[in-house]
Design a protein around this ligand. Sequence first.
Ligand SMILES: [Zn+2]
Length: 123
Amino acid sequence: MEVGDAGVDRAAVRARLTQERDALGAMGRDLAASFEDIVGAAKDSNLDDEHDPEGSTIAAERSLVASLGRSAAEALIEIEQALARLDDGTYGVCLRCGAAISPGRLDARPAAALCITCAGRPR
Ligand SMILES: [Zn+2]
């Protein structure tokens, strides 16, 4: 077992982060596909009637999918950064104040970059 910085089981954390990254990647692909469906549906409905009242629904759906895609992308970046910190030995250390992030928090959010105190503070 690879136990290093702040008693973190790096091998276990790495396995978990990698798994989450793969799941997010799959979700991203699904979102991209449904985004295309929505755009396709919008084109179809425009053929029928340019002033289709459903147009606004489609726009709302489209922005929902886009924002889901954004948060998935952000989560993905967070995970990549956490994996990089595992490699350079700074994993589990708050990026802002340098304090150790509590094991409970890391267990709930393995990609956490900030301790609970800093995470609760505005940037
Ligand atoms: Zn902190």
